[in-house]
Design a binder for this molecule. Structure first.
Ligand SMILES: *Cc1c(COP(=O)(O)O)cnc(C)c1O
Length: 705
């Protein structure tokens, strides 16, 4: 009975872990999500790191127990299949299984199903049915070989791929609870029967794989998902780390507990009573894990900052946009209206701007307002890969979003943070702008050391003490809690080409320089300087400061199409905005169109209704003014723009049809619409247009990263 429970019924536990991993990590790949492969890569690296740490953690036990590998062959066997300590086989199994599954999925889903199923079958024959399989002459040498490299078939080759695959399938397909219960009612007794038979016939070489186990697991997993798992967000970061911690340390707790009990002479009460031991191990493991995962991250975050995001301890979160669902709904970012990002162009723009600046000046990209509508996390990850280590945002929330996504380096909040949110500054290691002297005093009273940069006003009169008020600025260095990492100012007419505007900008720079010299004379050093935003870089590249805050230029746009730039530079737009034609219809002469019937057909007109509107960020101002590209030709916007739809006159584009793409920003054939042109028509600048692009737009990268 006991054997049937522990060696058969309870064998559902480990496959469950594999299936959960399959569900969250490989499910998106199966569903064709574009971020899927990237997530798998992160998953593999993360587990490699965990595995290596766990090996080190248990190394003393290996040494104590004398269970170190005797030769290189055995070391490989331990590392690749068996794990160096009793529960650690899971790590190599999940990593190897994942790699195999990805390779199979590259061929086809059917191939993955057939191969992982066949491997599992071979595994079962080498596990609980080995008594029979080992007698078959053709199979014997095969298993001899297998068992010379792995102690069991329960490993990354025979065991893991199938359960990972089944978990991934559950991401796509849902069974009803009724079907699951019925399936379990049949399959579970069959598995117990299989367990009992193989056990009593002494066929088992080991007892973790049964032919019926995958069948049971499919129903059990789906039942436990309850149809809700896909909709709910994956558990919080903390719960994830805590459960991983429990898994890692529980054998150590067992060892410690046994040692302590022996030392106290309480072995009989604590250990021989297996229920007491079980409860104690659970309590201590959980307690310790809570402490470790709540306290350690604060310490680790500091050390983690120096690593690139891909190499960081914390998993990167998706930004949760449509088209990147965490659930089982398959979505296509190109469903109705979407943004395409060419990240290669982002890289080119970075290189172009860097080339303009003096050698020692580094870019400090501005990724506020969701990176001007491009997606702050996505953009920052690319920038990080390019070696950027300084970022600007507008709010503490924006900074926290980047940190949660694993972005390190310095993140400067360019604007105001309410004292009620100062804890975010320290929690997420954000650098706050000192708005003025009084604000600096309030930051000081928060009581914790905070990183800050001091804004100085050189003529815009927005944030910062006046640069001429040197004593007041100097006073800020007396605040012990402020770690001042920078002093910066902002230009306000750097886009202007007139004599007067140039003189004003040069005066701003002179005032800023003067302040910096005064600080230096007062013996204050060790902070960074920056003055230019995009137009400052493009029109005054000769300014020599430590950093330059590039915003709009980085995204390959100017603010307005007429702006003249002093530097020869080729910036390429990163973003395209597209939508689908919902339907095409004909208007008879004189018929009206849309709300208020503002448009009247002159002659027979062919109209395309496009599924994008002002809720997606198309300015309503463009009603009757704007245009889009359909099949490489310009089509004017007619009628009033609605919240979710608008009309194009496609009379001259004979082939225009339902489902076609309409391009609002970007290229179609040989024609191109720039963001600044569209913004200009709407009476605004590209900066505003881009950062108002709606949250419900699909988002996809078409090149790079
Ligand atoms: C928004 C902002 C920038 C970036 O401006 P761009 O013109 O887009 O380059 C730079 N500095 C400050 C202080 C800002 O607020």
């Amino acid at each position: 009975m006991n054997a049937l429970l522990t060696c058969c019924a309870f064998r559902v536990a480990v496959p469950f872990f594999f299936m959960a991993t399959g569900f969250f990590v490989f499910g998106p790949v199966l569903a064709g999500e574009e971020k899927g492969r990237e997530r798998v890569k992160r998953f593999e690296w993360k587990h490699l790191r965990l595995y290596l740490s766990a090996i080190l953690l248990y190394l003393p036990v290996n040494v104590y127990a004398g269970s170190l590998p005797a030769n290189p062959g055995e070391a490989v066997k331990m590392l690749l299949f068996d794990g160096t300590f009793y529960h650690l086989w899971y790590f190599p199994a999940v990593m190897l299984g994942g790699l195999i599954l990805m390779a199979l999925l590259r061929v086809s889903i059917r191939c993955a199903a057939v191969c992982s199923g066949a491997a599992y079958l071979l595994g079962v024959l080498g596990d609980s049915w080995y008594g029979i399989a080992g007698e078959i002459p053709v199979l014997k040498p095969f298993y001899d070989l297998v068992f010379s490299v792995s102690s069991y078939t329960r490993n990354g080759f025979f065991f893991a791929p199938l359960f990972l695959f089944l978990g991934a399938l559950a991401f796509r397909r849902r069974l009803s609870n009724k079907a699951c219960l019925a399936g379990l009612a049949v399959s579970f007794p069959l598995m117990l029967l299989e367990g009992w038979l193989t056990y009593s016939w002494k066929l088992q070489r080991h007892n973790s794989m049964y032919g019926m186990l995958p069948v049971v697991m499919v129903f059990l997993f789906q039942l436990l998902c309850g149809g809700g798992l896909g909709k709910r967000k994956p558990s919080t970061e903390w719960m994830r780390s805590c459960s991983a911690c429990v898994y890692l340390i529980h054998p150590a707790v067992i060892i410690l507990l046994r040692g302590t009990a022996k030392w106290m002479g309480k072995t009989q009460q604590l250990i021989e009573n297996s229920l007491a031991e079980f409860v104690l191990v659970c309590l201590i493991s959980f307690g310790l894990s809570v402490v470790l995962t709540a306290v350690l991250p604060r310490i680790l975050r500091k050390a983690d900052q120096s690593l690139p995001p891909a190499k960081r301890g914390k998993g990167c979160k998706e930004t949760g946009r449509p088209g990147e669902t965490g659930g089982n709904i398959k979505t296509d970012p190109k469903n109705r209206a979407w943004v395409e990002l060419d990240l290669k162009h982002l890289e080119q723009n970075v290189r172009q701007l860097e080339a303009l600046l003096p050698k020692d000046c580094r870019l400090m990209p501005v990724v506020k307002a969701d990176a001007y509508g491009h997606g702050a996390v996505l953009v920052s990850r690319v920038l990080w890969k390019l070696g950027i280590r300084q970022f600007c945002v507008a709010s503490a929330e924006e900074g926290a979003e980047l940190r949660r996504a694993g972005i390190g380096g310095e993140i400067l909040i360019l604007g105001y943070t309410s004292p009620s949110c100062f804890s975010m500054l320290s929690d997420f290691d954000l650098t706050q702008t000192v708005i003025d002297y009084e604000y600096g005093r309030i930051l000081q009273t928060f009581g914790k050391k905070l990183k800050v940069q001091i804004a100085v006003d050189t003529g815009m009169h927005r944030l910062g003490e006046r640069s001429t008020d040197f004593p007041k600025i100097l006073e800020l260095w007396k605040f012990q809690n402020l770690e001042i990492t920078g002093v910066f100012s902002h230009l306000c007419v750097s886009e202007g080409a007139s004599e007067e505007e140039r003189r004003f900008t040069e005066q701003q720079a002179a005032d800023y320089d003067h302040l910096l010299q005064s600080l230096e004379r007062a013996g204050i050093t060790g902070f960074r300087t920056h003055l230019q935003a995009s137009y400052g870089i493009l029109n005054y590249p000769e300014f020599t400061y430590d950093l330059a805050r590039a915003g709009i230029a980085l995204y390959g746009c100017l603010s307005s199409p007429g702006d003249r730039i002093r530097c020869p530079v080729t910036l390429t737009p990163v973003l395209s905005l597209k939508a689908r034609i919902a339907c095409v219809r004909w208007l008879h002469p004189e018929e009206g169109l849309g709300y208020g019937l503002r448009y009247r057909a002159v002659g027979e007109r062919k109209i395309a209704v496009v599924s994008i509107g002002y809720a997606d960020g198309i300015p309503r101002e463009l009603s009757g003014k704007g245009c889009a590209l359909v099949r490489g030709r310009k089509a004017p916007v007619v009628g009033t723009i609605c919240m979710d739809q608008l009309f194009l006159d496609v009379t001259d584009i004979r082939e225009a049809a339902q489902g076609d793409e309409a391009v609002f920003i970007g290229r179609s054939g040989d024609v191109c619409i720039l963001a600044e042109e569209m913004a200009w028509q709407a009476g605004t600048i590209s900066n505003e247009l881009l950062c108002r692009l709606g949250k419900r737009l699909g988002r996809m990268s078409v090149r790079g990263s």
